[in-house]
Design a protein around this ligand. Structure first.
Ligand code: NI
Ligand code: MN
Length: 214
């Protein structure tokens, strides 16, 4: 699986299927691509309907006839009525096109969630916008060992680097990609400092547009 950070909290997973999480491209000051630089998508996962996450979900779903997967209130909203959208809820697991998706809690506003995505034998977790919560320790117990976690470090709207360090320990993940930082002034963070302070996992600092192969 190839994981590309497209900027902010938006990541592209390319394996047997092409999956995007939180496709915020238009008006994203940190986006590494334009919309037409996004490959044809099979699945679009949306963690919540704040604009910096739901972003271009509707446009891309319509462009690629891709399936949107989101919490009930988003999937059944007017925006996605005429498109293919599957509603899930927290604690559930759903498989589509050979990709297994579990929806996890997030501590934020706007009915936020995270996702565990299992594709081609690799398991990755995208926390969405969240504060640290101790039940993160149950995520690998319930859904399996994590090869990778994508966690916010920017603070202000989510957990910061200090809390994300604790999240890494709870999640027992092999690798971490920090997300949701340096897009705007309120969420400034130093990913290298975070990388230096995490001792239990490899921190992969990806600039927007950079990829990691698992
Ligand atoms: Ni948010
Ligand atoms: Mn956000």
């Amino acid at each position: 699986m190839k994981i590309t950070r497209l900027g902010h909290a938006c990541v592209l997973l390319e394996g047997s299927k092409t999956v995007i999480i939180d496709p915020f491209i238009t008006d994203n000051p940190a986006a590494s691509v334009a919309l037409d630089g996004i490959p044809k998508l099979d699945l679009i996962l949306v963690t919540h309907d704040h604009y910096d996450h739901i972003g271009d979900a509707k446009v891309l779903a319509s462009r690629d006839e891709a399936e949107v997967i989101a919490i009930h209130e988003i999937a059944t909203s007017e925006d996605f009525k005429k498109l293919t959208a599957t509603a899930m809820n927290i604690g559930g697991t759903y498989s589509s096109k050979g990709v297994q998706i579990s929806m996890t809690p997030a501590v934020h506003s706007a009915n936020s969630v995270g996702f565990v995505v299992y594709m081609d034998g690799i398991r990755v977790y995208h926390s969405g916008d969240t504060a640290l919560f101790s039940d993160m320790k149950l995520i690998p117990e319930l859904f399996g060992d994590l090869d990778l976690a994508m966690l916010p470090i920017g603070g202000h709207f989510t957990m910061d680097s200090f809390a994300a360090e604790k999240a890494v320990e709870l999640l027992k993940t092999q690798r971490v990609i920090p997300i949701h930082y340096n897009t705007w002034p309120p969420i400034q963070a130093d990913p290298q400092e975070f990388a230096d302070s995490v001792e239990t996992a490899n921190v992969e600092v990806l600039e927007p547009g950079e990829s990691l192969e698992l």
